[in-house]
Design a protein around this ligand. Structure first.
Ligand code: SAM
Length: 462
């Protein structure tokens, strides 16, 4: 039907009112750098679901509510992550561009592939209706974005990953929120000795910056989960250097070292020692910045249980979780074991054995891999429905590589349904209902994967 001219709203009326005032109440001001549609959608849902006081304390996409700055704004603002002088301008502009998305708290420690934007996780925790006292689970936590972010919001969490390196890394990032500063300052004065120490116990760099075999393969310090204790014969030396034997501090230094090992493999611009020095300096800056922010925050850091385990059979009670957020491997896109081989070897992990647990890595041909991936995801979803309380939400973030899927399914690319749709069907068969899907663009690997999807599901009542 053609609308009569006199009923049309005049352009100046629409333009002068602006879009934001139609979506949000007048006293809400969005954070800088909000420029994607899914972010605007999450901001909108937050503004409808949270009270103003909750928006100030836990909102992800608002800088101000009335005259009051939000905690998220205060946490992210200020000097962005301190990068070494030799960093490329591309890297520097990446950190500045993502200051409100990823560059806050301890999230920037260790560049794990496939890591969530913590700001997005904060918003999802909010729109899933999770409140202080609730527990959120990430059964495939990777570098621990969900546990760390939940703790900062005062929400308890359980993080699980098949890779012991992920549990180690997450524990370090969680501990960083409360780490004593003095030994870290001490460590910055002894970087050369600390570097020598780690090189000795983990292996050494050859002249091209590659990892050579450990000079003393028997000498490995134990990377310990919270339940085990460090091997005193090896850690004493390090403890003497920094004046404490607190395992949290030693692990923190070790993660910085392992980070520099990976960095040196990727970039030959600087010597491994220079990399280590710069990375440790950045790590210590991160700890000081977040602790300074937390001193003025009203919320306490909530407890998090960080575990190594298999999402296909979790040692968690039935109906014990108030929410689940996770991102599975996107079929067989990233080989996490290859990426972390050095760290896992150093931890004494049997990589071949671990491969059998890892979703997306089992199988030889692409068809077999896909079949096993779907079988594994079926088990993961059945576990999610078992541990989740009725009427609670489970959010899955997943991308699709249609080229790969077309080969796996033996159908033309145009006919591929998308992995997120396949996962939604599986979830429905386990008693979830589908509430909403948001799509977000992936930058960087756009030639193989253009979008990922935020799929929000709800567990039906019994
Ligand atoms: C896409 S990554 C998750 C990244 C994470 N969201 C973050 O923010 O860092 C997927 C993770 O699933 C883990 N994984 C694969 N198979 C698993 C299994 N059977 N049980 C638990 N975790 C598994 C991998 O080790 C990897 O860390």
């Amino acid at each position: 039907m053609i609308v009569p001219q006199e009923n049309c709203i005049k352009p100046e009326t629409v333009l002068s009112k602006g879009m934001f005032h139609s979506l949000f109440s007048k006293n809400l001001v969005l954070v800088p750098q909000l420029n994607e549609v899914y972010e605007l959608a999450l901001a909108y849902y937050e503004s409808k679901i949270l009270t103003e006081a909750e928006l100030v304390q836990n909102g992800a996409y608002f800088a101000r509510v009335g005259n009051q700055f939000t905690d998220h704004y205060l946490m992210c603002t200020g000097e962005s992550v301190r990068l070494p002088r030799h960093s490329s301008s591309r890297l520097k502009s990446f950190f500045i561009k993502n200051q409100f998305r990823t560059g806050y708290a301890s999230h920037g420690l260790f560049p794990y592939r496939g890591k969530f934007h913590p700001q997005m996780i904060k918003a999802l925790i909010n729109v899933m209706g999770l409140k202080q006292g609730d527990t959120v689970l990430d059964p495939m936590m990777g570098s621990g974005t969900v546990p760390v972010e939940a703790s900062l919001m005062g929400i308890k969490s359980i993080g699980l990953d098949a890779s012991p390196f992920c549990s180690f890394m997450t524990q370090v990032k969680f501990n960083a929120l409360t780490l004593p500063i003095q030994p870290l300052d001490q460590a910055l004065k002894k970087t050369e000795k600390i570097f020598e120490y780690f090189t000795h116990v983990t292996g050494r760099f050859d002249s091209c910056g590659k990892i050579a075999k450990a000079s003393n393969p028997g000498a490995k310090i134990v990377i310990h989960e919270s339940t085990t204790t460090p091997d005193p014969s090896h850690t004493d030396q390090l403890a003497d250097l920094i004046g404490t034997d607190k395992s949290e501090v030693l692990d923190f230094l070790l993660l910085a070292y392992l980070d520099s090992v990976g960095y040196s493999e990727r970039s030959k611009r600087k010597s491994p020692f220079i990399q280590f020095q710069a990375i440790l300096e950045r790590y210590v800056f991160v700890v000081k910045k977040i602790q300074h922010v937390l001193e003025n925050s009203k919320s306490d850091i909530a407890a998090s249980k960080i575990l190594t385990g298999d999402a296909r059979s979790m040692e968690l009670d039935d109906q014990s979780m108030d929410g689940i957020i996770f991102s599975p491997p996107y079929s067989f896109a990233i080989n996490y074991l290859e990426n972390d081989a050095f760290h896992l070897n150093f931890m004494g992990v049997n990589i071949d054995q671990l491969k059998e647990t890892m979703v997306g890595l089992r199988g030889k041909t692409i068809k077999e891999k896909y079949k096993l991936y779907i079988e594994d995801m079926d088990r993961v979803l059945s576990e999610c429905v078992r541990v989740l309380k009725p009427a609670c939400f489970c959010t899955i973030i997943i991308g699709t590589n249609n080229n790969q899927l077309s080969k796996a399914l033996g159908v033309p690319k145009e006919q591929v349904r998308g992995l997120h749709k396949i996962i939604i069907d599986l979830a429905l068969s386990h008693g979830f209902s589908h509430i909403r899907t948001l799509s977000r663009q992936i930058s960087g690997i756009a030639n193989t994967m253009r979008n990922e999807y935020i799929v929000i599901l709800k567990r039906q009542h019994d």
